[in-house]
Design a protein around this ligand. Sequence first.
Ligand code: ADP
Ligand code: MG
Length: 693
Amino acid sequence: MGEVRARLLGREVGVHTIGDLLYRFPYRYIDRTRMWQICEVDESMESTYIQLRCRVSGISFVGEGAKQRFIVEITDGTGSGEMVWFRGIKWIEKSIEVGREYIVFGRPTLYRSRLQLVHPDVELVEQALSRRRESGLQGIYSTTEKLAQAISAKSMYNIVCNAWKLVAADEHAFREVLPEALRTRNGLITLREAIYNIHFPQSAERLRAAEYRLKYEELLGVQLTIQARRSVRYARNDGFIFPRVGALFNKFYRENLPFMLTGAQQRVIKEIRADMVSGRQMNRLLQGDVGSGKTMVAFMSMLLAVDNGYQACIMAPTEILARQHYASMTRFAQGLNVRIAILTGASKAKERREALEGIASGEVDILIGTHALIEDRVKFSNLAYVVIDEQHRFGVEQRAKLWTKNLQPPHILVMTATPIPRTLAMSLYGDLEVSVIDELPPGRKPIATYHYHDSARLRMFGFLRKEIAKGRQVYIVYPLIKGSEKMDYKDLYDGFDSISRDFPLPEYRITVCHGKMKNDDKEAAMAQFKRGEADILIATSVIEVGVDVPNATVMVIESAERFGLSQLHQLRGRVGRGGEQSYCILMTGDKLSKEGRARLEAMCATNDGFRLSELDLKLRGAGDIHGTQQSGEAFELNIANLATDTQIMQITRDEAIAILEGDPQLELPHNRMWAELRDRYRRRERVDFSNIS
Ligand code: ADP
Ligand code: MG
């Protein structure tokens, strides 16, 4: 390969050596035995590769100089189209002859409903057929805009072919890392076979075997990292011990508990308690759907800490939510000898002083707050338990600061209403334990969810009037505060104007809450709504998380196509908190993407957050799920997918645990190969993931 292209490969995709090149696997394969007919090509095929067999019926040059285009007319008896080149015209022109037949390979676009292929790969039919291909599967490698200009899909393939030929005979080239016994046990092909078949699949079956083997190797590396940390943490055995279920917990349970705990809540509290007497530091993720009662679990487990003479804190992602936790927890704690304080970025001088002094002197037992809690000046006298609410709102490093607030690491409970599969959670967050609340408090009616187009707006307004007449309250949520010209989404300002027209005072009382408002004003608006002094709350997604107003029964989401699935589900969770039937109305324009439509349909079909999150994973792929970016920082994965390869993750996890038994750090000589594998996929880590949940 020429020097220019080689340098480009290095710069654009980090390929510097033959090894780099061969460790860059195709991201998909196309079937080169499949020939399409021109009449079959339609819009749905626009970003996929197709292959045509067609005759050149004419050529022409359009434009001058740098703007010149070379256009080649093609036909295959079922239809016609054109190929277009903007660059490299001189070179391509030489290889095209009118009247001859070619195999054309490229991505189709329909330009004024006529097939067009820009810069396709072109090969004379005779030539193409003379080349023997074992399976017809050809790898497509990911590329960048710059790289694609210099190296076409076909040349990329040829470069990889040449690279393979150079090393094929070298027995040191792909030294096996997995011992034969392990390979046999797990049905894994050799590394060399896998590398060959991942690039040049001899059959669909060989390809699957190659993928499996390579994923296995990667995930075993990941698991060796995770499990090694786990054994270190277990061996440390320096967790705070809370031996007593004391006066506070018992008194609260007997006298203050406002409802019967659900079975799931009881089970989770037991799980937490077991951790707290184990001597190990707890590192637990609590997944529970919106409204499943995680706050009560947090509060009761904090009492366990206080009963044993320690302090606890809970960190919430928003001011509104922190205030709400403060209000409900002070209510729970009425008549108990427990002192609760709040600290947020908006705390006034007096509140701040009381919190800071109280927490430093030990007078305050429970501190509730926002990320203001992690500031350096917040010094606890004896913090032993940290609860983090809605963890996806916090960055890894932000959270990590909390566990340095005491010499000994505090127990950690992380709560989330956006569940992720267990194995994914474990790889994202290291070796944490997972608890699930899979049961809603009794008497909840499922929220009825409907999708309306904008044309049904008047009907929707009619429905809101009826609900308000019954004394209920309504949320209307907008994706934007102020619209931008580029985006055709409903915005809060316009919404407010039109709602105030259709719902005039004094019959209807409207209040507004959005992220750009001052904290005091936001709070005042929320408080007003909570007291029932407003019928309609117009808001942005600041109210997404946690807000609890049981009398609100309708959630209207404007431009719902704009929101992600988990966000929609969170927003919906703001209603259905009292005994009344509640409704969620998703408003959209008429134009919807396929994915957007799928999201709305899923919302209408189910109230189950776990099912929605699985679907979300399928729709978006793991890359977009919150947290996988973080895991991407920790592990450099080439082929395995933390979100979808859960079965291999499970298998390699067991294997890793067995390997680490007796040599948790892989320091013994005969374990060197495992240490190598562990380090191969691990990037330099900026934070210690063992404590990060
Ligand atoms: P989330 O899990 O979304 O944080 P919350 O803790 O805010 O849910 O609880 C939602 C609502 O359900 C609150 O009003 C809470 O008081 C109520 N709740 C919690 N547990 C129970 C229970 N066991 N029985 C009845 N109501 C409950
Ligand atoms: Mg909550």
